[in-house]
Write a protein that binds this ligand. Structure first.
Ligand code: NAP
Ligand code: F7E
Length: 344
């Protein structure tokens, strides 16, 4: 009999890639989605898996809904990917973010304890918990110092996951994933904002790309590689926590440079801080500007992860390089526009 997996946050980037992987591996896949006037399935549709996933309405805010869903489906594995995942918004909506990202996973853990204690649980933790980094690179032993309401909320969920494993013997894992991107990334995140913006400029649909802090450094990998690690964590003999990262770091400006090249521009930079501009050498036009409205009240300046434990224990491997990732994202947005599709 095939194993049953429940994936929360199924309409998001990782949800789509994880569903595809689980279906390929023969799972019966249930996708938990947040009900709204128009549910957005475009990512699963792009990967060709929307019809194979059985959708169930689910909200992290509603304990009774979570309890009934778990009681009914009795999953073998539960991947909790649902979250208010945009760090910038968490400064505007800290209480909502704390409830969804901090207490939401606890609602799931309590429900599992009550009605499905044998189910294996994956919690989508994050490098944002390292925040103002206390060591370079960051691994499972690095102390946390979150710098946003999002990071603080996720840290609560991380420790609850550890606590329920230690207190009640739940098979509960926390995956501490560094930034991972793809052509399915939400358009508000900087990498996709850049790929979509440059594709629009290339097609005469936008004048300029306006960004915030160009100096922040991130360890960016490909989401398709990262969902492999999530699955692998739940196949081990013992539940544990793992850092997943590429071990390389690049600034936002370096991402812009690569993406501009992939879109056929040749950028030169001039000016400092808010006066900084990226100018296309070929046309002499300003393509990139900086606006303080995209700065954050507290920034995570530098992230670089050490995934050696995941490589050793899970046999996890990175397949897509940084250059390939940027190329794929820009190409996907150019192709969408060429096919007359909107950039969602
Ligand atoms: P994403 O694209 O923003 O997807 C988030 C998902 O959560 C969406 O399906 C969203 O549904 C759903 N959701 C939001 N609020 C909900 C609620 N109250 N109840 C139920 N569902 C809700 O995020 P992602 O990039 O795939 O990331 C997946 C998970 O990994 C998130 O928990 C994120 O915080 C975490 N994470 C991401 C990264 C990364 O770099 N991508 C790194 C580390 C950790 P709607 O479509 O209805 O909005
Ligand atoms: O910002 C800077 C911004 O919003 C990256 C989420 O998946 O990864 C993600 O969080 C950096 C920051 O991602 C703009 O200040 C400059 O330093 O793409 P982002 P994030 O905050 O790193 C972690 C691991 C998660 O867990 C989260 O869920 O880019 N930046 N200019 C900008 N960022 C945005 N969004 N927009 C700009 O215009």
């Amino acid at each position: 009999m095939s194993r049953r997996a429940l994936v929360t946050g199924v309409t998001g980037q990782d949800g789509a890639y994880l569903c595809r992987l689980l279906l390929e591996r023969g799972y019966e896949v249930y996708g938990a989605y947040r009900r709204s006037a128009s549910v957005n399935l475009w990512r699963m549709e792009e990967l060709g898996v929307a019809k194979a996933v059985q959708l169930v309405p689910f909200d992290l805010i509603e304990l009774t809904n979570i309890l009934r869903t778990l009681e009914k489906i009795q999953p073998d594995e539960l991947y909790n990917l649902a979250a208010q995942s945009f760090v910038a918004l968490s400064f505007e909506q800290p209480i909502y973010t704390a409830d969804i990202d901090g207490v939401g996973p606890l609602r799931i853990l309590e429900s599992l304890r009550a009605v499905a204690p044998g189910c294996r649980f994956y919690q989508a933790s994050t490098s944002e918990m390292f925040g103002k980094v206390q060591a370079i690179p960051q691994n499972e032993a690095t102390p946390f110092y979150p710098r946003s309401p999002y990071g603080v909320a996720k840290l609560h969920a991380h420790w609850m996951t550890v606590n329920y494993r230690e207190s009640y013997g739940l098979f509960a894992c926390s995956g501490i994933l560094f930034n991972h991107e793809s052509p399915l990334r939400g358009i508000e995140f900087v990498t996709r904002k850049i790929s979509a913006g440059l594709a629009r400029i290339r097609n005469g649909l936008q004048e300029e790309l306006v960004l915030g802090n160009l100096e922040a450094k991130r360890d960016w990998g490909f989401a398709g590689d990262y969902v492999e690690a999530m699955h692998s964590m739940l196949q081990q003999e013992k539940a544990d926590d793992f850092v997943i990262a590429t071990g390389e770091t690049r600034s936002v400006q370096e991402f812009v440079d690569r993406a501009a090249e992939a879109a056929g521009f040749d950028l030169a930079w001039e000016g400092e801080s808010e006066a900084r501009r990226g100018i296309d050498r070929k046309s002499g036009k300003t393509l990139v500007r900086v606006a303080p409205e995209f700065y954050r009240p507290a920034e995570v300046d530098y992230l670089i992860g050490d995934a050696s434990k995941a490589r050793r224990v899970l046999g996890w491997k990175l397949r897509v390089s940084f250059a390939e990732l940027v190329e794929r994202m820009v190409r996907a947005d150019l192709d969408r526009l060429a096919a007359g599709k909107p950039l969602l």
